[in-house]
Design a binder for this molecule. Sequence first.
Ligand code: PEP
Length: 250
Amino acid sequence: MPRTKLIAANWKMYKTPEQTREFFRDFLPLVSGHSRDEIVVCPPDVDLASALDSAKGSNVAVGGQNVHWKQEGAFTGETSSAMLLALGVTHVIVGHSERRQYFCETDDTVNLRLKAALEAGLTPICCVGEVLEEREAGLTDDVLRRQCVRAFHAVSARKASKLVVAYEPVWAIGTGKTATAELAAEAHAVIRREATEVFGEEFASKLRILYGGSVKPENASTLMAQEEIDGALVGGASLDAKSFAAIVKY
Ligand code: PEP
């Protein structure tokens, strides 16, 4: 059975609640009736309520950009799965490279966050990807395998049913450099092989693996044409309603 593609927007630290409303006002008419792909917008936490309110009754879901592994507690600056769920959020990004690079996120904390998201019934978009030095040293496959094994540690196939993985080569994020479709497909195959090892073949054949890294309206259709690419995680180009709609409709 073909895997339904997931096109997700990662707004990073951009937009206010008012700008979020403006985005949805422009974006929703452009994608109304679009049922081929699943569409998700992940705004900053302060915009979640505006996004959910604006997207109500539409074909666009709303996701968080991170989730803590505890339900509540003295963890300043963090948001729990219970809090996301209480708002009506359905998806959450976990282990984004900017979290790993700037906020000391490790493979172990990615694993804890992933488990918390799955436990809560959220759809986690778990990000993996190599930095430029790792690619140049021929270490891409090893890095992807390590990140997957550690992220999936102690997660059962039953619990992981909603898991989505995003392959995001770090050198392609926000740089304008995109992995070629073939190069992305090769990395996706490594991730799928790892998922087969951990969760079994049936699970792995259904696992959606997104590509992220400078996806734009101009390159979306070439990337999405790859059988191994099951959607996109889009940063910069998702901030503009027209540009994100063009990607959704590749
Ligand atoms: C991202 O933030 O996950 C991302 C892929 O960013 P960009 O599309 O801007 O490279």
